[in-house]
Design a binder for this molecule. Sequence first.
Ligand code: HEC
Length: 137
Amino acid sequence: MKRATAVAAVAVGLLVAAVADAQVKKGKNRPVTTKQLMSGIVQPNCAAIGAAVQQAPADDKAWENLATNAALLNEISYTLVDDGRCPDADWATAVTQLRTASDAVLAKALAKDHAGLAAEFPKITESCGTCHKAHKK
Ligand code: HEC
């Protein structure tokens, strides 16, 4: 009985340590840093969508590029919880927001619906704020 309690205490201790150490700046095994994901993929694709909200895509090629921006943001939402990333519920909530919102923006891009795009885009930037408030020092 005593031994079981001690084992349980050690297990809880390890769990707490694992949560405290969870990857925010880098995953466990892959080299890419969160900062690189942000500056190389998240920020440029988000900015391109923001620009398309200001000025509607002029032709099919521009709408196609917009769909690529949204699809890449959607895909990166998976990387952001891969390789040991995801320290807590704030991170998880923000990633879910990013995934849902980028999927919605992708649908508007494929439908070439500029008003719909403008309505959905703020939900993407909301996801940035949710995570940054908790994790960007
Ligand atoms: C799930 C968490 C999370 C989400 C969602 C997120 N970020 Fe970040 N972001 C971070 C963290 C953590 C850092 C700080 C990384 C560091 O400095 O180590 C960061 C840093 C950045 C930086 C600074 C990069 C640099 O070179 O210093 C930019 C720009 C950025 N994010 C843009 C965005 C945008 C735009 C969005 C939304 C489309 C977004 N982020 C969504 C976690 C997130």
